[in-house]
Design a protein around this ligand. Structure first.
Ligand SMILES: CCCCCCCCCCCCC[C@H](O)CC(=O)SCCNC(=O)CCNC(=O)[C@H](O)C(C)(C)COP(=O)(O)OP(=O)(O)OC[C@H]1O[C@@H](n2cnc3c(N)ncnc32)[C@H](O)[C@@H]1OP(=O)(O)O
Length: 721
């Protein structure tokens, strides 16, 4: 038996250890030697440390040297071997790893193994003949699904699809060797996927056409899924070798598209933010989390319901608390509905949801039941007085070590913490709606928050399968603080002559899931109105004689306030920036009433309406958001641009293939961003959001270094870090 090992971490110089060595030439030599050696009857390929392979080293694709592209010849060599080659798949077989396994004549997988071709998620397509072999093995619909989504499938599903020949609970390598011994001498021709035809579909053309329409619709400008379809189409239309040539061509296109770089940046950024740092030198490497064996959620409104659902899904027992029985019963019903839906989605999967057991999910109005929980997440209204009252109560009831989290989107964590006797255990956990779906968790430390509290919140994010991003405490934290100037510009554009649908269209074409006005209608205009009233920007507390379009010497638009005064709160009232089919309806249509209202508004305020082109819409919205990002970095509210980008991709619908706002700025070029901000700022001197931030100016002055070096240009370490 000849036995080769593929390392878990990288494919490029494949088969790093075992009997084959690093250069592709020696790998080929090794395989050839095995073929030539009459004492070798079969070959088994496995990985190291219980993992088959996670595929190519992603960093290699953006490295100027870009070696490690020679995987296809090895896969071909494996397939053409005169001796049976069996893959023993443990852990993961992803990307190039799975392509190697597809070159093998047989595949044995451990029951816990996962397989997939996730190249699409990093802006590529399987480039080692995977788009040609997989459809031949499991048929076009299943192959297309795996290749265009990049999903990882469990071994059980792989067996059903015919992707693997056998799954085992025990020793995969022994099972693979057993199979290899069994098949010695059997013809290999039928096992060589490159020789097989792609299974026919009665309606292949229509199927592929529909698939293309579907991926284009979902991709919002991301190229890779579309090119994946094209590569699979080639498998259905051309002989294997020609299909491979097409795959290579499309791979090359993607590699040089810029989107692949953005998506690969996002892959590493998401991992980089796990390495958090906070004031006083505390960081991920020194702080250990506390265990969370039981949690509580206070408030069963929209956010609280989602948070409870998330905790139950993560198998953390929860006490869900409301202020009175009426709210509790309403909340309980809503939570149960969400959980039932989640359970349906999970049906057939390995996991089940145990939410009817009171030991796992308990509903109460009794605060005393919170005495033994390890962590509380308060999710009541955005009202400082109410939050402080609750935190005061919690510090009396909860056990000494309990972590006290507040789900707030903007409020001051220090002020909330001041209501307790344990400010070191108070932390902000900003969930995004719907909380059981959205991946982002902004974790906000206050002046006194302990490293243990941060580590515990990060651990919680991981348990909830969310991306936790640690940030400092300021109004709106990172995500909403950057959102304010973006939304402000969108509204100013309406004042100057644009329409909600025009602004939304530009930003949706850019790749946002939803434009700012549709988003505002979805979230409810009343939320911001309440906050502006609390800040004294509108409503009864506004000083008499305040100019309608100015606050504190800066430009202000009363448009959203005026809509709210008309009862136009968005989807919930059936009218907002758009009109809807009914209150609670979801289909936005442009509203002639609003267009008239905007004209009258401009007349009232003597604003000369003008045509605003797409470029101006895009630049004013995005560059003001990015400008705020530079301010956040300079103030040390976030430890790097990756944090801002991960927040925007996972919480605000920023198109991932554009890498996040700060990455996008680096691709546009900082000098251009600066020049445009200068131009718009000169035209609108009363808008601070358009005034270029000093940090941006500094980076341009030092010739725009690469994004990963930006933070080293901050002259002083900010007080927050
Ligand atoms: C110009 C014309 C050119 C034409 C050329 C045509 C021919 C080209 C032929 C090219 C051959 C292509 C081969 C193939 O098709 C391409 C690929 O294989 S691309 C890679 C595909 N694989 C993936 O995308 C897997 C990505 N990884 C994961 O999904 C997960 O990491 C995991 C493997 C499921 C493990 O998850 P976790 O246990 O949660 O662990 P982490 O995610 O935290 O990862 C731990 C650690 O490992 C790093 N890492 C993981 N995978 C890779 C990788 N593939 N490359 C590099 N680094 C990887 C990860 O970043 C973590 O590191 P840390 O952040 O902790 O330092």
């Amino acid at each position: 038996m000849f036995h080769a090992q593929i390392p878990f971490d990288r494919i490029p110089h494949q088969f790093k250890s075992g009997l084959l060595c690093r250069s592709s030439q020696s790998e080929k030599d090794g395989l050839k030697k095995a073929d030539a050696d009459p004492s070798v009857k079969a070959v088994m390929i496995c990985g190291e440390n219980g993992k088959f392979s996670a595929g190519a080293d992603i960093r290699g694709f953006s490295s100027p040297k870009r070696h490690g592209v020679a995987l296809s010849p090895i896969v071909s060599l494996i397939e053409s071997s005169e001796k049976p080659v069996v893959a023993a798949i443990e852990g993961v077989a992803l990307g190039g790893g799975l392509e190697v396994a597809l070159g093998c004549h047989y595949r044995v997988a451990h029951a816990k193994a996962r397989m997939g071709l996730p190249e699409v998620t990093i802006g590529l397509l399987p480039g080692a003949e995977g788009t040609q072999r997989l459809p031949r093995l499991i048929g076009v619909p299943a192959a297309l699904d795996m290749i265009t989504t990049g999903k990882h499938i469990p071994a059980t599903e792989a067996l059903k699809l015919g992707l693997v020949d056998e799954i085992v609970e025990e020793n995969t390598i022994e099972a693979a060797i057993r199979l290899a011994n069994k098949v010695i001498g059997q013809p290999l021709e039928p096992r060589r996927l490159s020789l097989k035809p792609v299974p026919k579909l009665p309606n292949m053309e229509a199927f592929l056409r529909e698939a293309l329409v579907k991926v284009k619709r979902q991709a919002r400008g991301c190229l890779a899924p579309e090119l994946c379809v094209q590569a699979v189409r080639a498998a259905t239309e051309r002989p294997f070798a020609e299909g491979v040539r097409r795959e290579r061509e499309l791979f090359g296109l993607l590699l040089s598209s810029g989107q692949a770089q953005a998506l690969q940046y996002a892959f590493f950024a998401e991992r980089a933010v796990r390495r958090w740092a906070a004031p006083g030198g505390a960081s991920w490497s020194s702080a250990a989390p506390q265990p969370v064996r039981k949690a509580a959620v206070i408030g069963l409104g929209t956010m609280g319901r989602g948070i409870v659902t998330s905790l139950v899904k993560a198998n953390i027992p929860v006490v869900a608390l409301e202020q009175d029985l009426e709210y509790l019963n309403k909340g309980r019903k809503a939570v149960m509905l969400l959980l039932e839906r989640e359970a349906m989605k999970m049906e057939g999967g390995a996991q089940t949801l145990d939410f009817h057991n009171p030991a796992r999910l308990q509903f109460t109005v009794d605060f005393d039941l919170l005495c033994d929980v390890d962590l509380v997440i308060e999710a009541v209204f955005e009202n400082m007085a109410l939050k402080k009252e609750i935190f005061h109560k919690l510090s009396k009831i909860c056990k000494p070590g309990a972590l006290l989290c507040t789900n707030t989107s903007a409020l001051n964590i220090d002020e909330i913490a001041s209501a307790t006797n344990r400010p070191q255990q108070v932390i902000g956990t900003h969930f995004f709606s719907p909380a059981h779906v959205m991946r982002l968790l902004e974790i906000i430390y206050g002046r006194h928050t302990s490293p243990t509290a941060i580590a515990t919140a990060m651990q919680l994010a991981k348990a909830l399968k969310k991306v936790g991003v640690v940030v400092g405490n300021c109004f709106g934290f990172v995500g909403n603080r950057m959102m304010f100037p973006y939304v402000q510009q969108a509204v100013f554009l309406l004042e100057e002559g644009s329409r909600p649908e025009a602004v939304d269209q530009v930003l949706e074409d850019f790749g946002f899931k939803i434009g700012p006005f549709r988003m505002s209608d979805l979230a409810g205009l009343d939320v911001g109105w309440r906050s502006r009233k609390e800040q004294g920007l509108t409503g009864p507390s506004l000083a008499a004689g305040t100019p309608a379009r100015q606050r504190h010497g800066q430009r202000y638009s009363p448009l959203p306030d005026l809509l709210c005064e008309q009862g136009r709160f968005g989807q919930k009232t059936g009218k907002g920036w758009y009109q809807y089919e009914r209150a609670g309806g979801r289909t936005a249509t442009p509203d002639p009433w609003l267009h008239d209202f905007l004209s009258q508004y401009r007349d009232t305020h003597g604003i000369q309406s003008r045509f605003i082109d797409q470029e101006e819409i895009l630049e004013r919205c995005l560059f003001s958001l990015i400008n705020e990002g530079f301010a956040i970095l300079a103030e040390g509210i976030a430890s790097g641009p990756e944090h801002l980008d991960v927040i925007y991709i996972n919480g605000y619908g920023w198109p991932k293939h554009r890498g996040g706002p700060m990455f996008y700025a680096s691709t546009v070029g900082l000098p251009r961003v600066l020049a445009k901000l200068q131009k718009y700022s000169e035209a609108h001197p009363d808008v601070p959001g358009l005034r270029p931030n000093a940090f941006l100016k500094k980076l341009v002055a030092v010739r725009s270094p690469p994004l990963k070096e930006w933070m080293s240009y901050l002259s002083h370490q900010s007080p927050k870090l």
